[in-house]
Structure formats: structure tokens, C-alpha cells
Design a protein around this ligand. Structure first.
Ligand SMILES: Cc1ncc(C[n+]2csc(CCOP(=O)(O)OP(=O)(O)O)c2C)c(N)n1
Length: 629
């Protein structure tokens, strides 16, 4: 290995392609070194990016990027891609306000052909690009790089099915198979792809075939050889992809640059020969090359800052429990009382806290893979038979399953409890992960109950309310820690649709929902010091809304402010406006909410502050509102 560093001289893949093949090992080593070093300081997606270093390097080396389009699924493994495409120096501010994103955005680089953050989109997008190239007479190819986790998303199969049907000649799908999603991957496909299962089976099958061949005379041997071939295919993971009209290549060693270069060159040649689409199946290890991450890829999937030498994380400051843990612990308590309760996650067992539930009730826990749509309809099916399913899905990922919520749950008025985590501003994960739209898309639905707790105690009470409610009900709660209230010994359900007056006042009213209730109380205290008396109502329910109470309060106080950590269009404030209009209440009203724009990554408190969604912003909004009276 040369002592001179190569990465500083690589500002784009064309620079990489000027290097001799023998230099690529050093490039990969430097990439890995730099990813560990940078992420140990800033936090980010570590294990997935380490596992994809050789794959991404080899793809950029063999294919003519950016004219050939590389599309990364999710984008969380894309740090080597960002480093090879001119963004090495920007890593110090990854996920921070005005810094580069942790995922992919078209606006960030001409090498990011498709924005991503949600799984399962890469093959569809790459197929669209490949098709466009044909329409426009461009002689280039599209390459989708997708993990075995991403491959559990239904959309990935929809795209494979379509690409196979089109016999798309300029498309390569690279399956980065490390047997991991965030947690160990699940599902029959995962088992099918798994070398652990297939290798001994193939070996045994080959052994039988050989013994059998030895007993055959003359021309029967020719047919028998063919049979041996089919047997190999039958026992190889390629069967599935070949059946979908893909040429299957693999499995290959995904950290062996020689093997990768040769395979991608062959794949490119196959496309030139008109033999596409091609699927390359590469076996990799998540966290490869950094011992701590390789040993525990779940822990090092997405990390905060850590000590590079030991792999140890900074001890977290003792604080209130996280909402996700309060949710999971409450569900465990409720499940002890009611054996109809089952919990469902779509590949987010740790993130939703449900891994705790799985430990206590392994038989009543389902990880369905990255399959939010299936998770919801599976829950609907369980509910038709009298079970009480609780799918826990992040707000941003539930967007995927909108029609399943409408068609399969709400129209049939089925007893499904939606625990919607990461609702509101998420911080470093950025625009693709913000949970801004759930109130709007849920409150429009018949039969649906929609709630948001002001603190962790109310979360527990809402969960009981939702589970006991005989129809569909949703509760949305934020990322991170609760506010630190002492836990109620008993979890009492809430009266459906009843708001809670937390502070009375005469000059104006604030009606807040969820995370905005406590800042609203602080704002009211600040205004009281200025001699302005402000009432604060905790709405608790977005649907059914406590409309009569809100109308009375608005009429009495003469001015009303709604506050929510959610998009203004169609959200909680919009529901209040509809209710006031219906009641014929005419007072000045303002709705404080996320504006109709894309909110990028950054520190959540900073973002909320900049949008006026904190005590100071709420107080200011009340002052402005009173000026309109
Ligand atoms: C629709 C959707 N659901 C859930 C997630 C959360 N998520 C991010 S990465 C990931 C695992 C991806 O696994 P895989 O594709 O195998 O990549 P690896 O990290 O193993 O390289 C999950 C579940 C997501 N990004 N999108």
C-alpha cells in the first residue's frame, strides 16, 4: 500500500477510474478508515456504509457514473458514495443544519439521481431511468443497489416483476445481502437467500447427482448432466430471480474487489449482449472492517458519537424515559391483562421499543420486514377474528400504508390500534423522516379516533383508550424523551373526545395538541407576567374533537391560537377552524404549525425554534393575534 493517500485526489468517480485496479484496495481501506473516523465524531449510519465500501467503489469504477445511473436504496449505506463524489470535506456537518444529509437528495449532488430515505424504491426508480434512456436514445445503464432488508419491501418485488416483464436490457440490480435489516432480517426470502441454508443443501444435492451419474451408461449421461444443472439451479437462490426473467449472477464475495470488478464487468458485457436485466447477488458483512460494528451491527446501524479506539458510546445523561419505551412497557402491561393484544413492527423492533415486548411475549410479536402495507392489512385480518393488534409504525413510514388504513381498517371499522412513533420533527434524519402529515391523513378517515399525548403518562392512558376502543384508533407521539412526569400507578382510559383545561384565562386561548401543550403552558406563564391572561386547553383528541368546548372557549376569550407539531394544511388547527366555522364562532384565530415547505435536517430544538414552535414563538403568536382583535 502506498503511503500517499489516494482519497484526497478523488473528487469524482472519473478520478477513481484513472487509478489502476491494484490501487482500489487502498481506496477501500482509506474510505473505511475515514468513515469510522468521521462518524465517530458526528454520529450517522456506520455499519451499513462500512458493509457497502467495496460494492460502491467497484460500481463507480466499472460503470460510467454519472451517465450510468447508480440508485441507492434508502441511502443510509451511501457514505462511500458521498465520499467518492466530492463530499468528503462536508462530513463534519452531516445531518446538521445546512450540512449534507444522512440520506440522499437530488439537490445535493449530480451523482444523487434519486432522493431516498425510505426503503424499497431503488429498483422502481432505476427501472424508470433505464426506460427513459431507451425513450431518449441514450446508451447507458441504471444500477440499483438494494439490501436484503430493502428487498423485503413489496415495492421491490413489484419493480422486479415489471423489469422482468419488460426484459429491461440496461438494468442491473445489485443485492447487498448481509442477512441484516436494522435487526437480523426476517422472512422466507431471507432464509431462501441465506447461504447457511443453501450451501449444505447444494453440496448434498450435488453429491447425490454425482453418485447417480456414475451409474449411467452412454447418451443418458448427456441428459443427466442437464438434470444436474437444473438441480443446481433449483437449490440456488438464483431460481427466484431467474423466474422473474433476470440473469442471476452470484452469490459473490462482496468484499473481494477482484471478484466484484470481474462480476460487474461481466454484468456490463451481458447488458451489451442484450442479456439484461441482470441481478448480482453479493454477500457482505454489515460493519465490515470495524470490529465493534461487525460484532454488533444492530447497535452500530445508526449511531451517535463514539470512541473510535474502544467503540464505546458516550454515556447518555440520565433523563426521563423515551416515549418509545413508555409505549412498549405500557403495551406489555396491557397485554398481561388482555391476551388478545398482539404487537406488530415493520422492521423497527428496536426503534419502536417493541423488542422489549418481544422478550416478554415472543409468540404475540410480529416483525413483518420492511412491509408497512402488509403490517396494516395483516393487523386488519387479525382484528376480523377478534384479536387486538397494535402496529407500531413511524409516522413517516405509515404514509406507505395509507390505503391499507383506509380500505382495510377504517372502512371495515376494525379494532386496530396504531402507535405512531417519531411524529413531528425528527432532527438529523431530515426531510424524508419528518412526521408531519399523520394528523391530516388520519383525521379525514371515517371511524378513526386520533390522539396525541402531552407527556408520557398521557401516552399510557391514550394507549389504553385506543386498545379498549372497539374500532380503529391512533396515537401519535414524538421521538426522544418524555417530559419527566412521575408515572401514574394506574393506567386509566380517557373519556373519548374530551379536552383538558390546564389553565384558565380571559384575554386569549391557546388550544394545543401533543408536544406543544407544555410549551403553551410556559408561554401562558410568560404572558401572565405581562398582564395578559391566557387559557390553555390540552385538546388530547384531534378526532373526535372537543368542538363544543373549543367554541365556548374561543367565544369567551375572544381570540384563539392553535399549536401543533404537524403540517398546518389539514392538521389539528384546520380541524379547529372547521369546528369554529360550523359553530358560527367569529373571533380572530391563528394556527401555529409546520409551514407548507420542506424542513431539512438539523437539531430538533433549533428547527422548532426557527418555526416558532416553542414557548417564545407561541407567546409571540398570541401577542400578534391580540393585535388583530
Ligand atoms: C419504508 C421504510 N421502513 C423502514 C425504514 C427504516 N430502515 C432504514 S434502513 C433499514 C434496514 C435496511 O436493511 P438493508 O436494506 O438490508 O440494508 P443494510 O443496512 O443491511 O445494509 C430500515 C428498516 C425505512 N428506511 N423505510
Amino acid at each position: 500500500m502506498s503511503t500517499q493517500k489516494l482519497l484526497p485526489g478523488i473528487l469524482c468517480p472519473a478520478d477513481l477510474r484513472r487509478l489502476p485496479r491494484e490501487a482500489l484496495g487502498q481506496v477501500a481501506a482509506e474510505l473505511r478508515e475515514e468513515i469510522v473516523e468521521r462518524v465517530s465524531r458526528t454520529g450517522g449510519h456506520l455499519a451499513s456504509s462500512l458493509g457497502a465500501v467495496e460494492l460502491i467503489t467497484a460500481i463507480h469504477y466499472v460503470f460510467d457514473t454519472p451517465d450510468d445511473r447508480l440508485v441507492l436504496d434508502v441511502g443510509h449505506q451511501g457514505y462511500p458514495h458521498k465520499m467518492l463524489t466530492g463530499r468528503r470535506q462536508d462530513f463534519d456537518r452531516i445531518g446538521q443544519l445546512d450540512g449534507i444529509a444522512k440520506f440522499l437528495r437530488r439537490s445535493e449532488s449530480p451523482f444523487d439521481h434519486f432522493g431516498a430515505g425510505h426503503a424499497g424504491t431503488s429498483i422502481s426508480a432505476a427501472l424508470g431511468m433505464a426506460r427513459a434512456m431507451l425513450h431518449q436514445g441514450r446508451d447507458h445503464v441504471a444500477i440499483a443497489l438494494i439490501g436484503d432488508g430493502g428487498m423485503t419491501a413489496g415495492m421491490a418485488f413489484e419493480a422486479l416483476n415489471h423489469a422482468g416483464d419488460l426484459q429491461q436490457k440496461n438494468l442491473v440490480v445489485v443485492l447487498n445481502d448481509n442477512e441484516m435489516s436494522i435487526s437480523p432480517n426476517v422472512g422466507a426470502l431471507s432464509t431462501f437467500l441465506s447461504r447457511k441454508m443453501s450451501k449444505p443443501m447444494v453440496r448434498r444435492a450435488k453429491g447425490w447427482a454425482k453418485d447417480f451419474l456414475g451409474t449411467l451408461p452412454g447418451d443418458m449421461l448427456h441428459w443427466a448432466h442437464k438434470a444436474e444443472e437444473s438441480l443446481k439451479v433449483f437449490f440456488s437462490p438464483g431460481l427466484l430471480f431467474e423466474a422473474l426473467n433476470f440473469r442471476y449472477v452470484g452469490p459473490i464475495r462482496g468484499h473481494d474487489l477482484d471478484a466484484l470488478l470481474e462480476t460487474f464487468e461481466n454484468a456490463r458485457q451481458m447488458l451489451r449482449n442484450g442479456e439484461g436485466p441482470v441481478l448480482v447477488h453479493a454477500l457482505t458483512s454489515k460493519g465490515f472492517g470495524y470490529e465493534a460494528a461487525q460484532q454488533d451491527p444492530v447497535k452500530y446501524h445508526g449511531v451517535g458519537a463514539f470512541d473510535r479506539a474502544s467503540g464505546a458510546f458516550r454515556p447518555s445523561k440520565p433523563g426521563p424515559p423515551k416515549y418509545q419505551d413508555v409505549f412498549a412497557d405500557t403495551l406489555i402491561r396491557l397485554a398481561r391483562e388482555d391476551e388478545r393484544i398482539v404487537a406488530i413492527t415493520a422492521a423497527m423492533a428496536d426503534g419502536t421499543g417493541l423488542s422489549r415486548f418481544a422478550e416478554v411475549f415472543p409468540d404475540r410479536f410480529y416483525d413483518v420486514g420492511i412491509a408497512e402495507q402488509h403490517a396494516v392489512t395483516f393487523a386488519a385480518g387479525l382484528a376480523t377474528e377478534g384479536m387486538k393488534p397494535v402496529p407500531a409504525i413511524y409516522s413517516t413510514f405509515l404514509q406507505r400504508a395509507f390505503d391499507q388504513v383506509v380500505h382495510d381498517v377504517c372502512l371495515q371499522n376494525l379494532d386496530v390500534t396504531f402507535a405512531i412513533d417519531r411524529a413531528g420533527v425528527v432532527g438529523a434524519d431530515g426531510a424524508t423522516h419528518q412526521g408531519f402529515y399523520d394528523l391530516a391523513y388520519l383525521r379525514a378517515l371515517p371511524n378513526m379516533v386520533v390522539m396525541a399525548p402531552k407527556d408520557e403518562n398521557e401516552l399510557a392512558r391514550m394507549l389504553r383508550t385506543a386498545v379498549e376502543h372497539p374500532g380503529p384508533a391512533a396515537l401519535r407521539f414524538p421521538r426522544g424523551e418524555g417530559v419527566g412526569v412521575a408515572p401514574d400507578p394506574e393506567i386509566k382510559p380517557l373519556p373519548l373526545g374530551e379536552a383538558e383545561l390546564l389553565r384558565d384565562g380571559d384575554d386569549a386561548a391557546i388550544v394545543a395538541i401533543g408536544t406543544m401543550v407544555h410549551p403553551a403552558l410556559e408561554a401562558a406563564a410568560e404572558l401572565a407576567a405581562e398582564g395578559v391572561s391566557v387559557a390553555v386547553l390540552n385538546a388530547r383528541f384531534v378526532k373526535p374533537l372537543d368542538a363544543a368546548r373549543i367554541a365556548r372557549l374561543a367565544s369567551r376569550c375572544g381570540a384563539l391560537l392553535t399549536v401543533e407539531e404537524h403540517a398546518g394544511s389539514g392538521g389539528f388547527g384546520a380541524a379547529v377552524l372547521e369546528a369554529l366555522a360550523a359553530a358560527g364562532v367569529r373571533v380572530p384565530v391563528r394556527c401555529l404549525a409546520i409551514p407548507d415547505c420542506i424542513v431539512e435536517h438539523g437539531n430538533p430544538d433549533q428547527i422548532k425554534g426557527s418555526l416558532g414552535l416553542d414557548a417564545a414563538g407561541i407567546a409571540q403568536a398570541v401577542r400578534t393575534l391580540r393585535e388583530q382583535e
